[in-house]
Structures are given as structure tokens and as C-alpha cells.
Design a protein around this ligand. Structure first.
Ligand code: HEC
Ligand code: HEC
Length: 319
């Protein structure tokens, strides 16, 4: 160090002089040089211990035998090890039991986020709220087409859904369409007229939307008496729904509303369990060999659907 503090007149110069300024030839600081040598040494040590030199198809292995992919696999194995007891427990629990068990509920919700993001968010939006006018139902409100119990939600996911409403363009006169559009608007405002209701009944709308126009869960027919719209509450859009219907193959302009099926197997299982409970039988006694053929389509596993149903149920609108 002291060497560097010499009086400039005592220091060698490089012989370069510009405008009377002499370029001195001071040595580099010792600490700096030492760091440089040390880092060179470290390079050699790493070179020997870790994969380093690229070869044609591979690289030198290094003395430690370390690879990035192995490290990843080991980490994943640790994650699996931590998850395994939860996954096994979850597989054995019913959805109602999961909802009642805070620890398992937290686990189910936590591990559903990726599952939901990968499979559902494209249509239903992150967090269950799709983009306005996207044509997909909002999963966070209190309005359920097919029911908001965790069982109903699991059935929606497992079996898929496709509500159908016939196109009425050829069934109604223009005046009748106008009156029914007005009836739907009045109903959503809570002030339906007698005449409107009479036409609604006469034209058979009640058969699907119910005598009170509140919708029928078994059919997924929308509730016409609230301000939550499956498609849109704008007058022209209500007219469009009535004229062209939903999923009506005979009308090329029909609204398309298809929720894909995620597990035929799970759908059969939910149905069989629900039926057994209705009949007063023990659902644990069901002979699955009898119920299932073994070749049912399954895009998500039973546990995955359980998790997702619980997750969606927690969005805020679960019943
Ligand atoms: C391709 C788009 C699409 C994807 C992907 C999709 N859905 Fe749907 N989902 C729909 C449509 C459309 C409906 C409404 C069907 C109808 O109107 O009859 C629906 C309906 C539902 C319902 C019933 C809502 C109610 O009000 O009763 C639930 C629950 C649901 N989806 C959950 C999910 C979950 C969970 C996933 C991911 C595993 C998912 N959906 C993936 C399009 C989709
Ligand atoms: C065969 C059953 C059926 C009949 C008959 C029917 N609908 Fe529908 N309607 C549905 C279903 C199911 C939906 C919801 C479709 C979906 O979300 O997949 C629907 C949706 C609607 C919507 C859209 C609501 C919204 O929130 O955007 C309106 C409006 C409507 N129906 C009015 C009527 C009127 C008026 C009649 C009588 C002329 C009628 N429907 C007859 C089954 C029916």
C-alpha cells in the first residue's frame, strides 16, 4: 500500500506525456491483485468439481457428480414427501369433510391454484371472474346455474355442462319478442307485469326457467329475476338470447355455452353416491366394479376435481 502513496516525482512513468501531463506507472493495489489470483484459483477448483467443459454430446462430469436436473429431482422428491401425507389423506376424505377441516382446506386451496390456472382460468378468469362479456359464468358470485353446493360444483366440473335453450326466432312474432324482452327486463327489476307473465307462460318459457322465472338448477336455465346476467342484460342482448337460444344446433347464430367434461369416471361416481344417499343406502358400500367399466375418460383425477370443487366453492359464492 505504502508504495502507492509515493510522491509522483519518485514514481516511474510510462514515458507518455500529453499536454505536460505525465502518465505514471503505479503498481496495482496488493488486495486487488490477490483477489484476482484467488478468483482464478476458484475457477480451477469449480472446473474440477462441477460439470464444465462442453463435449460433443455431453460435458465433463466434475468430481462431485452434481447436475442441475438431479438437484431439481431431489427438491421435487422432498416436496412430494411433504405432500404425500396430505394427498393420501385428501384422497380418503369427502368434500364435506375437507370443507370442515381447516388444515386440509388450506392445503386443498393452496394446491388448487396451479390446477385452476392451468385448466380453468382461460375461460373463467383468474380467481373465477371472467372478462366482462366473455360468455363464461362468473364463479365468484352467489348465482349458480347448476347449484353451488360443493357436490353440484364437482358435478359441473366432472361431467361438464351445456345448457340448451331453443332459438325462438321462428316461434314468436316480433311483438311477442318485444314483450318478452320487456318482461325479462321488468323481472330483473322486480316488477314483472301480469301480461308479461301470461305470455312467458303461454310461450313455454316457464317449462325451463320455472314458474317464478328464477331458473331451474337441473337444467342450468338462468335466473331471469336478478341482475346477474349469464350473457348480458342489455336489451339487444336479451333479444338475441331469445331469438337464437343457447347451444341450439339448428340456429347457426345460437349462443355457444359449453363447459368441457373433466372426468367421466368422477361424474358416474358422484351420480352413484348421490343416488345411494337418496335411497338411504351407504355410499361406501357401492360396488364400483359394477358401476364403472374401467375405460372412462379422465382428464383430471378424482382428487384433483375434489380440490377444485372445494377451491371454487371458496371463491365466495359457495352454498
Ligand atoms: C372452454 C371453456 C371452459 C373451461 C376450460 C372451463 N369451463 Fe367451466 N364453464 C364453461 C361454460 C361455458 C360454463 C357454462 C355452461 C352453461 O352455460 O351451460 C361453465 C360452467 C362451470 C360451472 C357451473 C357454474 C354454475 O353457475 O353453475 C363450474 C362450477 C365451472 N364451470 C368450473 C370450472 C372449472 C373448475 C374448470 C377447470 C377445471 C372449468 N370450469 C373449465 C366454460 C369452461
Ligand atoms: C328448453 C329450455 C328453455 C326454454 C324453453 C327457454 N329457455 Fe331461456 N334459457 C335456458 C337455459 C338453459 C339458459 C341458460 C343457458 C346457459 O347459460 O347455458 C337460458 C337463458 C336465457 C336467457 C339469458 C339470460 C342471461 O342471464 O343472460 C334469457 C333472456 C332467456 N333464457 C329467456 C327465455 C325466454 C323469454 C323464454 C321463452 C320464450 C325462454 N328463455 C325459454 C333454457 C330455456
Amino acid at each position: 500500500m505504502a508504495d502507492n502513496k509515493k510522491n509522483p516525482t519518485q514514481v516511474e512513468d510510462t514515458g507518455h506525456v500529453w499536454d505536460g501531463i505525465r502518465e505514471l506507472n503505479n503498481p496495482c493495489p496488493r488486495w486487488w491483485l490477490n483477489s484476482l489470483y484467488l478468483s482464478g484459483l476458484l475457477v480451477i477448483v469449480y472446473f474440477i468439481l462441477y460439470p464444465s467443459l462442453p463435449l460433443v454430446n455431453d460435458s465433463t462430469k466434475g468430481l462431485l457428480g452434481w447436475t442441475q436436473i438431479n438437484e431439481f429431482k431431489e427438491d421435487m422428491a422432498k416436496v412430494e414427501e411433504i405432500r404425500a401425507p396430505f394427498e393420501n389423506k385428501l384422497a380418503a376424505m369427502s368434500m364435506e369433510e375437507i370443507l370442515a377441516d381447516q388444515e386440509m382446506l388450506n392445503y386443498a386451496i393452496g394446491s388448487s391454484k396451479v390446477l385452476y390456472g392451468d385448466n380453468c382460468a382461460a375461460c373463467h378468469g383468474t380467481g373465477g371472474a371472467p372478462a366482462e362479456g366473455a360468455g363464461y359464468p362468473n364463479l365468484t358470485d352467489d348465482d349458480w346455474l347448476y347449484g353451488g353446493s360443493v357436490n353440484d360444483i364437482a358435478m359441473s366440473i366432472a361431467n361438464g355442462r351445456a345448457g340448451t335453450m331453443p332459438a325462438h326466432a321462428n316461434l314468436l312474432t316480433t311483438e311477442e319478442v318485444d314483450q318478452l324482452v320487456q318482461f325479462v327486463i321488468d323481472s330483473s327489476n322486480g316488477v314483472p307485469t301480469e301480461a308479461g307473465l301470461a305470455l312467458y307462460n303461454a310461450k313455454g318459457c316457464f317449462a325451463c326457467h320455472g314458474a317464478d322465472a328464477k331458473g331451474v338448477k337441473a337444467m342450468g336455465s338462468a335466473n331471469l329475476t336478478d341482475k346477474i346476467w349469464r350473457f348480458s342484460g342489455a336489451e339487444d342482448q336479451i333479444r338475441y338470447s331469445i331469438l337464437h337460444g343457447v347451444n341450439d344446433a339448428s340456429d347457426p347464430e345460437t349462443r355457444v355455452a359449453v363447459m368441457p367434461q373433466w372426468s367421466e369416471k368422477m361424474a358416474i361416481m358422484i351420480e352413484a353416491r348421490t343416488y345411494a344417499i337418496e335411497e338411504g343406502e351407504d355410499p361406501n358400500e357401492i360396488d364400483w366394479d359394477d358401476e364403472l367399466e374401467g375405460d372412462e375418460a379422465e382428464r383430471l383425477t378424482e382428487t384433483e376435481i375434489k380440490k377444485l370443487a372445494v377451491y371454487v366453492h371458496q371463491f365466495g359464492g359457495g352454498q
